[in-house]
Design a binder for this molecule. Structure first.
Ligand code: PHE
Length: 339
């Protein structure tokens, strides 16, 4: 056997031993460099091959290539083995670790209440209408039969723009927009944001939400209003809830009422939340004033209707036992994540 082949045999055995002894990526890389690196044994053998006599070259070259191929395969095999061990020893990728939960967003309590209210009214055949938050004085007040000297028009209560328009103080102007555009019958609900110059406290916010309802048809009466509100109350708050209508005044309805839900905390017995009355005030409603119907070109002798409007935040506070309306607008995630 030539000296070259002997050297090659020794290098091959040593190399295989070193590769098999490697237990981590660093020692394996060292073993690879010692064989095939710039100063590696096989790199040197490659150079020696060139200096061999011509008749020895073919056999020696073949042996060299065989050895290289064998050791390369052994390197790959060992690398795979080390990576596999990492999975259970905590090195590399640990497939036994628990997954990382992705934090998903969710609906704001005000949106939840709006969606739930809309769903209930849709089951009664109401469709959703919308209007802009910036309104004309005509839609927000005049067409709704609001007297010129009504206190709600005062700039101390309502936000006006320099061009005379305003931030709507209620969702009732959507009634006007819908009736001006379409002829009766009409059956809509209009959820949306409203604005009033209120000093914020536990129950007041300068911006808040209402959901408006309007139903105009032939022969609509107060009992239709009452049955719709009762069905709504029971669907939203549970089958034991009762409602109560109290006489009230709004310029755009006649007769007008305020309506209450029986207190959901004490089932009407009287508690701190309902101030011992057994009732929770929800909002206003009434039969659409014939003057309003005339303002939009409806004949009040042919058509009659009812309208209602309720505060979304008020309902959310009752439903989720929230004691301060401002919590709904502070965007404190620890608060919002509870819903
Ligand atoms: N717009 C009234 C308010 O904001 C509520 C209401 C709506 C009353 C519809 C009667 C009919 O207080």
């Amino acid at each position: 056997m030539s000296a070259f082949i002997e050297k090659l045999k020794a290098a091959r055995e040593d190399g295989a031993k070193n590769i098999c002894a490697a237990s981590d990526p660093q020692s394996l890389e060292a073993a690879r460099a010692a064989l095939f690196g710039r100063n590696g044994v096989f790199t040197a053998l490659g150079k020696e091959l060139g200096a061999l006599p011509a008749e020895e070259k073919p056999a020696a070259g073949k042996s060299l290539n065989d050895a290289k191929r064998e050791l390369s395969a052994l390197l790959d095999e060992t690398a795979a083995k080390i990576a596999g061990q990492g999975a259970s020893t905590g090195e590399g990728i640990d497939l036994t670790l628990p997954g990382r939960r992705r934090r998903t967003g969710h609906k704001h309590p005000v949106s939840i209440v709006i969606d739930d209210c809309v769903a209930i009214f849709r089951r009664m055949g109401f469709i959703v209408a919308e209007g802009p938050e910036i309104e004309t004085v005509f839609n927000n007040f005049d067409a709704l039969n609001t007297p010129q000297d009504h206190p709600s028009r005062d700039p101390a209560d309502t936000f006006y723009f320099e061009d005379g328009r305003l931030l709507r103080t209620q969702t009732s102007p959507v009634q006007i927009r819908v009736m001006e555009k379409q002829s009766p019958p009409v059956r809509i609900v209009a959820p949306g944001r409203c604005f009033r110059r209120d000093t914020p406290d536990a129950t007041h916010s300068a911006n808040f939400h209402q959901i408006e309802g309007l139903y105009v048809d032939k022969g609509v009466s107060m009992s239709d209003l009452k049955s719709v509100l009762l069905y709504f109350a029971k669907e939203l708050m549970g089958p034991d809830v009762e409602i109560r209508l109290r006489p009230h005044f709004f310029p755009f309805t006649e007769p007008s009422v305020e309506y209450d839900f029986s207190c959901v905390m004490c089932a009407g017995k009287g508690c701190r939340v309902c101030k011992q009355s057994g009732w929770l005030e929800i909002s206003g409603a009434g039969m659409v004033n014939p003057a309003v119907l005339r303002n939009v070109g409806y004949d009040p002798d042919e058509w009659s209707g009812f309208a209602f409007g309720m505060g979304i935040e008020r309902i959310a506070m009752i439903r989720y036992r929230i004691s301060d309306i401002r919590l709904l607008y502070e965007n404190e995630t620890r608060f919002l994540e509870q819903f």
